[in-house]
Design a protein around this ligand. Structure first.
Ligand code: HAM
Length: 428
C-alpha cells in the first residue's frame, strides 16, 4: 500500500462551518442586518489585522485579553501586529482615521466577522469565534443606551429566543471611578493575601479587574467588596437612573448586577451582558456598554460611544436550541429529463426558474426517472418537473409535488407561474 501522508487538521480552537450549519448562520445574520437597518445602523468592515498598540491602549494592557489571549506577531518589517480580539477599538480607530466626526451627528455602525482570542477551547468558546457587533458614536444620551437594548431584544425575538437575562450595571466615569478604585484598593489591602496571584497583582495595578476574577475560592471575598454602583457621582447616577427608567418605559426587563465591570478597560457608565441557561459555563452570549473615553485613549477627539458584541457562535447554539428560526436552504425544484431530446428544454426551464430566484437542480447526465427522482428527494426538493418524450410531444410537463406524492400535467409555458403560486402558498 502506498504511504499516505498525515492529513493536516484545522488549528486547535478553530472550526469549519459546513453548509448544514452556515444556512442557519446566514438566516441569523440576515435578521440581524434587517433589525440594524430598522434602527438606522450601517455596516462597517475593518481589517482583521491591527497594530498591537490599538488593543493595548483601549482594551487595556492589564486585561486577560491583552495580557494572555492575543495572537500577536512581529511582521517582517518588525511592526507588531495582532489578530483583532474584538472590533470596538477598530471601529473607533476607523472613525478617527476617516474623521467621521467631521460629518457631525450620531454614527450608527455594525459589523459581522471573526475575532481571535487564545482561550482554552470548550463549549461555546473558540480561539477563532464570530461576533455580530454594533456601535453608536457621538452621543452620551441615556436614550441611546435604552434604545440599543430595545433593539437587541427585538433581534432576539426575531431569531426565536425568549429566554435570557439582561444584566445591567454602571461603572462610573473618569470623575467618580478613580475614587471608587481607591476605596476598592483599600478594601483589597485587607483581604488580598487570601486571594489568587492574579488578584494580588491586580489589587495594586488595576483593582477593578479583581471583580471579574473567575477563581472559585476568591468569589466569597469578592462578594463582600464595595460596589461601584453605590459610589457613582451625581451625573452618573442621574444617567443610570434615566437609562433604567427608559428601559421600564420600553418594557425591556433587566436585573442590576453590581459586579458586572466587564473584561475590557474602556467602559464608562452603563455596562451590560445577556446570559442564557442553555449555554453552560460560557453563559454570556453578548456584552457591551458605554465607552465615552475610548476615542481619546487612541488619539481621537472626545466622542461618547455605546455598543455591543454578540457572540455569534453562542447565539447559534441558542437559536438551535429554541428551534424557531429554521434554515432556508431546501431545493425548490428538481428538473428531471429523460432522453437526449429533453436535455435542452430542461436546461431552458431550469434557467428561467433560476432567473426568477428559485433554487433549482437538474440531472447533468441522462438518467433513469427513478434515479433522478431519488436524487430530487435526497436534495429535499419540493417539486420535480419531469420532461420525457411524451411531455415534449404534448408540450405539457409532469409536475410532481414530492411531499404529497401528487403529479399533475402543466402546460410548458405555465410551469413557472404554476410553481410560483404553489411555492408561495407553502413556506416560501
Ligand atoms: P466581550 O464581552 O469581550 O465584548 O465579547 C462579547 C461576546 O463575544 C461575549 O459575550 C461572548 O458571547 C463572545 N465571545 C467572547 N470570547 C469568545 C470566545 N473565545 N469564543 C466564543 N465567543 C466569545 C467585546 O468584545 C466588546 N467589543 C463588546 C462591545 C462592543 N462593547 C462595546 N461595544
Amino acid at each position: 500500500m502506498a504511504n499516505r501522508v498525515e492529513p493536516i487538521r484545522s488549528v486547535k480552537g478553530t472550526r469549519d462551518l459546513l453548509p448544514r450549519e452556515t444556512a442557519l448562520w446566514q438566516r441569523v445574520e440576515d435578521e440581524a442586518r434587517r433589525v440594524f437597518a430598522a434602527y438606522n445602523f450601517r455596516e462597517i468592515r475593518t481589517p482583521i489585522l491591527e497594530q498591537t498598540a490599538l488593543f493595548a491602549r483601549s482594551v487595556g494592557a492589564d486585561t486577560d485579553i491583552v495580557s494572555k489571549e492575543m495572537y500577536t506577531f512581529q511582521d517582517r518589517d518588525d511592526e507588531s501586529l495582532t489578530l483583532r480580539p474584538e472590533a470596538t477599538a477598530s471601529v473607533v480607530r476607523a472613525y478617527i482615521e476617516h474623521a467621521m466626526y467631521n460629518e457631525g451627528g450620531i454614527h450608527k455602525l455594525y459589523y459581522i466577522g471573526p475575532m481571535f482570542r487564545r482561550e482554552r477551547p470548550q463549549k461555546g468558546r473558540y480561539r477563532q469565534f464570530f461576533q455580530i457587533g454594533a456601535e453608536v458614536l457621538g452621543s452620551d444620551h441615556p436614550k441611546i443606551d435604552a434604545e440599543f437594548l430595545e433593539m437587541l431584544a427585538l433581534l432576539l425575538t426575531r431569531v426565536g429566543i425568549t429566554e435570557y437575562q439582561l444584566l445591567l450595571n454602571s461603572v462610573g466615569c473618569s470623575k467618580c471611578r478613580p475614587q471608587f478604585v481607591e476605596t476598592l484598593r483599600q478594601a483589597l489591602e485587607q483581604v488580598k493575601d487570601k486571594m489568587c496571584g492574579d488578584c494580588q497583582r491586580r489589587s495594586v495595578t488595576n483593582p477593578l479587574r479583581v471583580l471579574d476574577c473567575k477563581v472559585e475560592a476568591d468569589q466569597p471575598i469578592i462578594e463582600k467588596l464595595p460596589q461601584i454602583i453605590e459610589h457613582l457621582c451625581a451625573e452618573c447616577r442621574v444617567h443610570f437612573d434615566h437609562v433604567t427608567k427608559e428601559l421600564g418605559d420600553r418594557g425591556v426587563a433587566y436585573q442590576i448586577s453590581p459586579r458586572l465591570v466587564r473584561g475590557l478597560d474602556y467602559y464608562t457608565r452603563t455596562t451590560f451582558e445577556m446570559t442564557s441557561n442553555v449555554l453552560g459555563a460560557q453563559n454570556a452570549f453578548l456584552g457591551g456598554g458605554r465607552y465615552d473615553g475610548l476615542s481619546e485613549m487612541i488619539g481621537g477627539p472626545p466622542t461618547p460611544g455605546f455598543g455591543v458584541a454578540i457572540g455569534e457562535d453562542r447565539l447559534l447554539l441558542m437559536v438551535e436550541h429554541a428551534g424557531v428560526l429554521k434554515a432556508d436552504d431546501g431545493l425548490d425544484v428538481f428538473v428531471a429529463w429523460l432522453g437526449d431530446a429533453a436535455e435542452q428544454p430542461a436546461a431552458q426551464l431550469a434557467r428561467s426558474l433560476r432567473q426568477e430566484g428559485w433554487r433549482v437542480e437538474s440531472n447533468y447526465e441522462a438518467a433513469k426517472l427513478k434515479k433522478s427522482l431519488g436524487q430530487a428527494s435526497k436534495l429535499g426538493a419540493r417539486f420535480a418537473v419531469i420532461i420525457g418524450e411524451g411531455e415534449l410531444a404534448s408540450g405539457r410537463y409532469q409536475v410532481k409535488d414530492m411531499a404529497a406524492a401528487q403529479q399533475v400535467e402543466v402546460e410548458r409555458n405555465q410551469i413557472a407561474p404554476f410553481l410560483k403560486e404553489k411555492l408561495q402558498k407553502g413556506s416560501h
